[in-house]
Design a protein around this ligand. Structure first.
Ligand code: ATP
Ligand code: MG
Length: 490
């Protein structure tokens, strides 16, 4: 038999919490510390199983009293007790089935609590029926009602237990009154003795006092433990979460280092080979071929610099947010207008018509923003749109939408598009689609990952819709009143 507090799937409870779903808890938010009367789902499951096991003892006890009563001097056997024993056995089978087959320890807390309430109600009903057949207010079974109340208060909310306490006392008083008024048969106590009206009144009063007293006392004693229990698990969950975060960070860092090393190695290798050719005297640096080799090498050095700059930008965003130059009341309209002026010649060269759909929009002003990062984000997306409109060119529109809480920047082009399977991946570092590499050899594949970082640090989201050969639409949504955590904390 498993005791009510034997440790079992604690890890699972914590893991569940770590995933963000507070499934094992069902906190009662408005209560003070004294009102914490809840346990974890798995704990409740164990306790319910424990009670089911105890219930078999009750079945055996009832059957034994029914059969063996006379031989140990008890007044009378009660065939009815056998019926009660059979009923208790039958509903216990249903509960055991529910607990072992239908509801595991990971079951939703609310379902288990409903089951617990159902068990309490059926047990109390069975107890009161037993009390009736074993002598009414003089029945030796009466104290078990109090025992049940204590168990119930450990398992479920005290409020519910007070309701059950009231219902139990009400039904018990009604039962005793009916017995004395002759509405129901009155059975002599199984341990002998007759009940008088006054004695019965006293028993009822004592029952009421004990039932409510035990609920109150059990709640006062256990609520502190429950609060600590929940606190402990919450802390363990938080520790585990931060451990997982650190692991994930480490993993990403080493992944990132590997890719960076790989990205830098191939152009460096080519540069070294070219220089070796010149150093070994295979080519005259002053000759046409030598000059071509040198200018190719210079281009590769440029692209290496691009990669290094992008990597630095990304690292700065990931690590240096605390020092980011947050500014107040930053106008997106203004930033877009500046970028437009600078991007126009690039667009013209690529045969692209840049259409500003934000001129007549209202002012999109972010409470807090880091202007250089916003510029970087918009520039990257607009440059991508121009770059990947090649070779035919087309139209690139930049639109701005505003409502009371958000600003939305949408950059749409009619270029090469991105195949469906790569549409999520292009936000990862160094990912470039084959069609992009085909029309534009230069590119690090870091731009969109920086865009995403920049948008997210402003509390926003970036998404992309695209169809290969049709065009791409990148949408960036910013909350107007986002307060960055480092500002909020200051
Ligand atoms: P860089 O780091 O120099 O910006 P890049 O432009 O290739 O290089 P990202 O800006 O990160 O890198 O874009 C990643 C990939 O997403 C691109 O290589 C391209 O395959 C795809 N892509 C991004 N924008 C567009 C677009 N507007 N149309 C088509 N493909 C796009
Ligand atoms: Mg780019």
């Amino acid at each position: 038999m498993t005791g009510p507090s034997s440790p079992r799937p604690r890890d699972r409870a914590v893991t569940d919490e770590a995933s963000g779903a507070l499934r094992p808890f069902s906190p009662r938010p408005e209560g003070g510390p004294g009102s914490v009367s809840l346990v974890f789902a798995w704990e409740l499951h164990e306790r319910l199983l424990w009670i089911s096991n105890l219930r078999w003892l009750a079945v055996v006890g009832l059957a034994a009293v029914s059969l063996l009563g006379p031989s140990v001097g008890m007044d009378a056997t009660r065939p009815s007790l056998m019926v009660v024993a059979a009923l208790v056995a039958a509903y216990n089978l249903v509960f055991v089935y529910a607990l072992k087959i239908r509801f595991g320890p990971e079951e939703d807390y609310r379902n288990l609590r409903t089951l617990a309430i159902l068990q309490m109600v059926t047990d109390l009903a069975a107890l009161l029926v037993t009390v009736h057949f074993t002598g009414g207010c003089t029945s030796p079974v009466l104290p078990f009602v109090v025992f049940h109340m204590a168990i119930g208060t450990i398992m479920i909310e005290t409020g519910i237990m007070y309701v059950l306490a009231f219902a139990t006392c009400f039904v018990a008083a009604g039962l005793f009154a009916s017995e004395h008024l002759g509405v129901l048969d009155r059975y002599a106590s199984v341990i002998g003795g007759e009940s008088t009206l006054a004695g019965c009144g006293l028993s009822t009063a004592m029952l009421v006092g004990l039932v409510f007293g035990i609920v109150y006392l059990t709640d006062s004693v256990t609520s502190r433990f429950k609060a600590r229990n929940i606190e402990l698990h919450r802390t363990t969950g938080e520790l585990r979460r931060s451990l997982d975060e650190r692991e994930e960070l480490e993993r990403r860092k080493s992944h990132y280092m590997r890719i960076s090393a790989h990205q830098l190695r191939s152009p460096l290798g080519t540069i070294k080979t070219s220089l070796q050719v010149l150093l070994d005297g295979y080519l005259d640096p002053g000759s046409d071929e030598g000059l071509r080799l040198l200018s190719g090498t210079a281009r590769r050095v440029d692209s290496l610099l691009d990669i290094v700059n992008d990597l630095l930008e990304l690292a700065k965003m990931r690590e240096g947010r605390v020092k980011a130059p947050w500014a107040r009341n930053v106008s997106i309209n203004q930033i877009l207008a500046d970028i437009f002026d600078a991007a126009d010649p690039i667009a013209r060269e690529a045969d692209v018509e840049l259409v500003p759909h934000f001129i007549h929009e209202g002012a999109a002003v972010l409470d807090w923003a880091v202007p250089p990062d916003l510029v970087y984000a918009f520039e990257n997306v607009i440059h991508n749109a121009i770059k990947y409109s090649k070779p035919e060119g087309g139209t690139v529109t930049v639109a701005l939408g505003i409502d009371r809480t958000h600003a939305m920047v949408v950059v749409a082009d009619e270029g090469i598009g991105i195949s469906v399977d790569l549409q999520d991946d292009v936000f990862l570092e160094f990912v470039r689609a084959p069609n992009a590499k085909h029309i534009e050899a230069e590119g690090t594949g870091l731009g969109l990952s920086i865009v995403r970082e920049a948008v997210q640090m402003h509390g926003g989201k970036v998404s992309l819709e695209s169809a290969e050969g049709v065009g791409t639409k990148v949408t960036m949504v910013f909350p107007l009143h986002h307060v960055p955590p480092e500002i909020g904390r200051a």
